[in-house]
Ligand binder design. Structure first.
Ligand code: HEC
Ligand code: HEC
Length: 232
């Protein structure tokens, strides 16, 4: 470990008044505990090899992606988001009928104390990524009839081939959608569906030609799914 990092931590955590170093300690926490698996700055290498070899999703645009309340909770008690982890092809094996997840091969996510989770969430929310990455204000928050949303998601657009809308219902190669509304900012959901590769270069989610009206419906459906989950 580099000596100046040690000095920074011991000073801000144990001796100096926090105000003097406010903002510095959380960033150091991310560097020390998270950077080994997550990109905290935009990587220069955007090759497929990097995408397949990375140990965790990129976090350099976390502030444009996540809801802070969700971050604080999840970092203390991480649940599975990608059913087959990162990268899914390394964690599936052939089953009797179809591929199944090789559970023991999945990474167990570090758990943070409440104080560290709050500090990490604060630091993550400052990482907003490149200008214009997501369309701010794109989501108009119009409700969608759930059966209509389900039909769009499952049938018309084939999203369920890769995403679960409830545990065990849907594909394994993308993040689950049952809690995505709590996890993600609606404008991020909208922007991701519109152009996945603009946000995560080389990602295997297809870019479809979807009208604004349909993007609104799909986004609403995902936001509503999570609200339903909260009431359980
Ligand atoms: C050993 C590697 C590893 C370390 C260290 C690690 N993570 Fe992760 N992280 C992962 C993996 C793998 C996932 C994907 C989990 C999933 O999809 O179920 C993940 C997911 C996340 C997510 C959700 C990302 C998304 O796009 O869905 C956040 C936020 C996160 N980690 C924050 C952190 C923070 C903050 C730290 C440091 C305190 C940290 N991680 C340390 C491997 C790691
Ligand atoms: C071929 C598989 C595939 C299909 C089909 C697919 N996706 Fe995805 N989707 C992915 C992958 C892979 C990711 C990003 C994985 C990551 O961040 O590690 C993703 C990410 C997302 C995200 C962001 C989630 C997050 O937690 O970061 C949303 C929202 C989303 N997809 C919605 C949809 C919708 C709506 C459709 C149908 C129009 C769809 N997807 C079709 C594979 C797919």
């Amino acid at each position: 470990m580099k000596p100046y990092l040690l000095a920074a931590i011991s000073v801000s955590f144990f001796t100096a008044p926090l105000a003097v170093h406010a903002g510095e300690a959380p960033a150091v926490l991310l560097q020390l505990e998270c950077a080994s698996c997550h990109a905290l700055t935009k990587p220069e290498n955007t090759s497929l090899d990097r995408l397949w070899e990375r140990k965790g999703p990129d976090l350099y645009y976390a502030g444009s992606k996540f809801n802070k309340d969700w971050l604080v909770k999840w970092l203390q008690d991480p649940t599975k988001i990608r059913p087959a982890g990162e990268f899914y092809r390394k964690h599936v094996k052939p089953g009797a009928k179809e591929d199944v997840v090789d559970e023991p091969s999945l990474t167990i996510h570090p758990k943070l104390t409440t104080k560290d989770a709050e500090a990490a969430a604060d630091a993550l929310m400052t990482l907003t990524g490149p200008e214009g990455l997501i369309e701010k204000g794109a989501f108009k928050n119009q409700k969608v009839v759930p059966s209509m949303g389900t039909m769009y998601f499952n049938k018309l657009r084939g999203c369920s081939a890769c995403h679960m809308t409830a545990p065990g219902k849907g594909g394994l190669s993308g993040p689950e959608m049952a809690t995505a509304g709590a996890r993600l900012q609606p404008d991020f959901i909208y922007s991701y569906i519109k152009d996945p590769q603009k946000i995560d270069k080389g990602i295997w989610m297809p870019k479809l030609d979807i009208s604004d009206a349909d993007l609104q419906k799909l986004t609403s459906y995902i936001v509503q799914l999570s609200a339903k989950e909260d009431k359980k």
